[in-house]
Design a protein around this ligand. Structure first.
Ligand code: 6PG
Length: 236
């Protein structure tokens, strides 16, 4: 595993870039960091709150977590966004996480918080805002990066109300058009952020990000900065 660390500051976001030479290397590094973050949080505060990324990139990481040893009883799992589809629809982010990982480890059922996106964007966002309202700073937020620079369901050209913890998304350019997303502010209220970015399709978004273009991923700005784990993209 080659891990080049470069720090770049875009607007008020500090990003640290980690380049890996294989899918296995990035997956293993991500799993190691997630498990370490969990141990640190549980030792310090008796619980670990993690916010999962959607899309396809994190699936292989979640698959490795299925076989990991952890104090699952202290894990509290949230999602950074989901698509407004039926609960059992193959494109639901919550279904993917459950099938490859969460249904196979002993996290108490009431500690896995799916976004009720089947209720539709407005009702689902209201319900999820209530779910996360009482939650202190997250411990770790996982995020993906879209080819257009979006993250979670924060899309270029869209306006979102950062006074909300969760908000409805309409006309998303990445189908389905209706989604629910945590806000940039809520996603930034965390001790740690890990972006997982793989594949040449993300090259333009990465170039824009590193060249100071204000893509939506740059609004995720926790005080501790963000770590971007990459494979298959060049860090020019
Ligand atoms: C979603 C995700 C979205 C995703 C990126 C990257 O619901 O689609 O939240 O933000 O993380 O679009 O998706 P891939 O990992 O599939 O490239």
């Amino acid at each position: 595993m080659q891990n080049q660390l470069q720090a770049i500051i875009v607007s008020k976001q500090t990003s640290r870039w980690h380049r890996f030479d294989s899918q296995q290397a990035i997956n293993e590094a991500a799993v190691q960091r997630i498990l370490a973050a969990a141990q640190e949080a549980i030792s310090a505060r008796g619980r670990f709150s993690i916010v999962l990324a959607g899309g396809g990139t994190p699936k292989s990481v979640y698959g490795l977590l299925r076989n990991a040893q952890a104090d699952w009883s202290k894990w509290h799992v949230y999602h950074n966004d989901d698509r407004c589809l039926p609960v059992d629809h193959v494109d639901r982010n919550s279904l993917m996480a459950r099938e490859v990982w969460l249904n196979h480890v002993a996290i108490p059922a009431n500690q896995v918080h799916d976004i009720p996106a089947e209720l539709g964007p407005v009702e689902g966002a209201k319900a999820y805002a209530a779910t996360v309202a009482g939650i202190d700073t997250f411990d770790l937020v996982l995020l993906g990066l879209g080819e257009d620079g979006h993250t979670a369901s924060l899309f270029p050209g869209h306006v979102w109300d950062d006074s909300l913890d969760a908000f409805p998304v309409f006309n998303a350019p990445k189908p389905p058009s209706e989604r629910i997303s945590l806000s940039a502010r809520r996603l930034s209220d965390t001790r740690e952020v890990m972006f997982l970015v793989t594949g040449a399709g993300k090259q333009e978004a990465v170039d824009n990000w590193r060249n100071g273009v204000a893509i939506p991923a740059t609004v995720i700005a926790p005080a501790t900065g963000v770590d971007v784990y990459t494979f298959g993209v060049e860090l020019k």
